[in-house]
Ligand binder design. Structure first.
Ligand code: S3P
Length: 266
């Protein structure tokens, strides 16, 4: 009986040896694809790819009884392939900055999904930690208290790598925040016209600084005050007017992957 068990174990060992080797091959192919796409300027993010892989796996299944397990294993393989993609592209953090309603959270979440990067939404993180909404924090403790929370959070992220950080709109107004972000990341500025911003924020009352200012004139005024700081902080600027989430994310990834090339040419 022991002999039979030993034989099964040997078969498993053989399977694992083959699996490890195949997984290494798969991840290496991903690296090669990324390098090739980078070199040729081919679009990097593929929203359809996951579906194609699932389809292939489904058609290749010989034993349907293991379908759920195989799909589960593939979910993990795809997640890890995405992580390899992200690592091949850049090691830095991505700090998303810009005016309220410019799409920082939406784009950060999309990038996080496409490249399996962890996302930190500063507003959500801080409001959860404080157990209060931004409005409540501003009312109870004042704006400076909020700004200090933001600075402390930025400083506490100094050892982070390969994360997407969606900053609150006021973060770049403090010099120290920008200095900290530059130490371990690239700063992406998302821009939009006041009209676009108004359309995106008009039904949302979560922002104390926009209370009673939901019109293009006031939005433009505040934008004009902030623009110089935003632009000075930005490594990369991406406009979001009339563009899809995918297009915006794709441009960010393109610019990030070619950031060092541009620096060398300059
Ligand atoms: C602010 C922007 C908000 C939030 C707070 C202050 C700002 O974040 O941090 O209401 O000063 O621009 P979003 O830009 O994510 O809306």
């Amino acid at each position: 009986m022991m002999v039979v068990l030993e034989q099964y174990k040997k078969q498993l060992d053989l399977c694992d040896t083959q699996l490890v080797s195949l997984l290494e091959q798969r991840l290496e192919i991903i690296e090669n694809i990324m390098e090739y796409k980078k070199k040729e300027g081919i679009s990097i993010l593929q929203s359809e790819r996951e579906k194609q892989v699932r389809k292939l796996v489904r058609t290749q299944l010989n034993k349907p009884k293991f379908k759920d397990e195989i799909f589960d294993i593939y979910r993990s393989i795809i997640e890890n392939s995405k992580k390899i993609q992200a690592k091949t592209l850049f090691q830095d953090n991505i700090y998303m900055i810009g005016f309220m309603g410019c799409g920082k959270s939406t784009i950060s979440n999309y990038l996080s999904k496409m490249l399996a990067l962890e996302v930190i939404d500063m507003d959500s993180y801080l409001t959860q930690k404080e157990g209060m909404s931004v409005n409540q924090i501003f009312e109870k403790y004042g704006e400076q208290y909020w700004r200090n929370l933001e600075t402390n959070l930025i400083i506490s992220m100094k050892d982070y790598q390969n994360k997407v950080i969606s900053c609150g709109g006021g973060v770049p107004m403090r010099e120290i925040n920008i200095e900290e972000m530059k130490k371990n990341g690239k700063v992406i500025l998302l821009t939009a016209d006041p009209e676009t911003i108004l359309a995106r924020v008009k039904n949302d009352n979560s922002r104390p600084l926009l209370r009673g200012k939901k019109n293009t004139k006031d939005i433009k005024e505040l934008m004009d005050i902030r623009r110089p700081k935003y632009e000075a902080a930005a490594d990369i600027v991406v406009n979001t007017d009339n563009r899809s989430i995918h297009e915006i994310a794709e441009e960010i990834v393109y610019q990030l992957t070619h950031f060092n090339d541009t620096m060398t040419e300059a």
